[in-house]
Design a protein around this ligand. Structure first.
Ligand code: UD1
Length: 407
């Protein structure tokens, strides 16, 4: 019996861990435990996602909550260590780049437990981002590194990671998007918000560099105010950004803008629907750059760099930074010249979790029922045909697997 602990902690982890837990459940003789660190604890940042994504209740919630970088990381380590000692897993699987990822990676590695990192190799080359530090350190101590895009393979090889540890498997976040797209399409969030398809801008912001600095946040709000004169702006606001909007006195200003809609964070399905039907998305999130790539929705990333360059070369993403002029210039540009939708990145085909689980358990990839029927569900869900691009031919998947470390 193979004993595996899967870790999740913060909102962007949930959509990554969901297909992995699902794929592990389909393999016999594997005992999977799901541990939630409790880094995110609000219902809207956590519980809602378990319902939307059908993730089983965690076996344990470590309840760490908020804290400084050091406190949060240390608290997760302290609480995760006894869990590892009690269950003595064969593998600990961590996803993404949040503090819980690094904390559990360090704990497992120091106990001599084999560590798998999903979404390895991404680099923004900006060490002022806590996520970049988490990525570099987690990768350095991982035994299996599962990579979403070719730049990740290059980065890891350059950092001296042994080639045999690196596996280019595709993107588990896209697995989740593809398997839930049809359900998300049933959401009535557009009518609740009184907006029409392709006639509104969707905004998400939470990076410290944008929302902890009054200068940056004000400059972004200036740009959003101008955009809101052109089309409704929907902004599901992260708790950290909400707090800062109020502290900085920007909240009251936003409330006076007629077409500006500040709302609570949404669940996965409502957010996916809102994103798929947006005219443009403005964000500083990592995952949203990838999701808009697959959805073919123009994405302006309010950052100077991205650790996901494929979203620019293959997707609809462009970097603007946080200056008002740069955001507005990019906005006008995508409105007058909508970006072309090109082929989906290699292996972003809805089957990344199967490949990861096959690699960890030494079995053949097993598709879920939902995945087997996904091409039909997707084409029904989106008559515009955008979804046609997320069904790569078997030859393409095969070629790239040969090129980049097959599992
Ligand atoms: C974390 C991740 C970031 C990820 C983001 C998604 C790190 C370093 N950062 O950032 O990579 O993109 O999650 O949201 O791990 N808060 C609540 N309720 C919650 C969670 C947080 O009110 O459920 C508030 C607290 O005031 C907290 C603040 O948000 O101090 C920041 O939360 P934290 O988990 O430290 O970082 P995020 O900004 O959410």
């Amino acid at each position: 019996m193979l004993n595996i602990i899967c870790v999740c902690g913060a909102r962007p982890n949930f959509m990554k861990i969901a297909p992995i837990v699902g794929a592990l459940d389909r393999v016999p003789d594997v005992r999977t435990r799901l541990i939630h660190t409790g880094q995110h604890y609000d219902d809207r940042m956590s519980r809602l996602f378990f319902g939307d994504l059908g993730i089983p209740q965690p076996d344990l919630n470590l309840g760490v909550g908020s804290g400084s970088q050091a406190v949060q990381t240390a608290e997760v380590m302290t609480r995760f260590e006894p869990v590892c000692l009690q269950h003595a897993p064969d593998w600990v699987v961590v996803v993404g780049d949040v503090n819980s990822t690094l904390a559990c990676a360090l704990t497992a590695s120091k106990l001599g437990i084999r560590l798998a990192h999903v979404e390895a190799g991404l680099r923004s080359f900006d060490r002022t981002m806590p996520e970049e530090v988490n990525r570099v350190l987690t990768d350095a101590i991982s035994d299996r590194l599962f990579v979403t895009e070719p730049s990740g393979v290059e980065n890891l090889l350059r950092e001296g990671i042994a080639e045999e540890k690196i596996h280019f498997v595709g993107n588990v976040m896209i697995d989740t998007l593809m398997s839930t797209r049809a359900r998300a399409d049933l959401s009535d969030v557009l009518s609740i918000l009184s907006v029409r398809k392709k006639s509104y801008a969707l905004v998400t912001l939470h990076r410290p560099s944008n929302v902890d600095s009054k200068k940056a946040f004000s400059s972004i709000v200036d740009a959003l105010e101008t955009i809101s004169r052109d089309m409704p702006v929907i902004f599901p606001v992260h708790p950290r950004s909400k707090k800062n909007l109020n502290v900085m006195g920007l909240g009251a200003r936003i409330e006076r803008m007629p077409q500006f809609c500040l709302i609570e964070p949404l669940g996965y399905l409502d957010f996916l629907k809102l994103m798929a039907d947006a005219a443009v998305v403005l964000t500083d999130s990592g995952g949203i750059q990838e999701e808009t790539t697959i959805l073919g929705v123009p994405c302006l990333t309010l950052r100077k760099n991205t650790e996901r360059p494929i979203t620019i070369t293959h997707g609809t993403n462009r970097l603007t930074g946080s200056s008002t002029e740069a955001i507005l210039s990019a906005y006008r540009d995508v409105r007058s010249h909508p970006p072309c939708v090109s082929a989906a990145p290699d292996l972003w085909d809805g089957r990344a979790a199967e490949r990861i689980v096959a690699c960890l358990t030494g079995t053949e990839p097993v598709a879920s029922q939902q995945q087997q029927g996904s091409s039909i569900m997707l084409s029904l869900a989106d008559p515009s045909g955008i979804d046609g691009r997320i069904e790569p031919g078997p030859e393409r998947a095969c070629q790239s697997r040969q090129k980049h470390q097959p599992v």
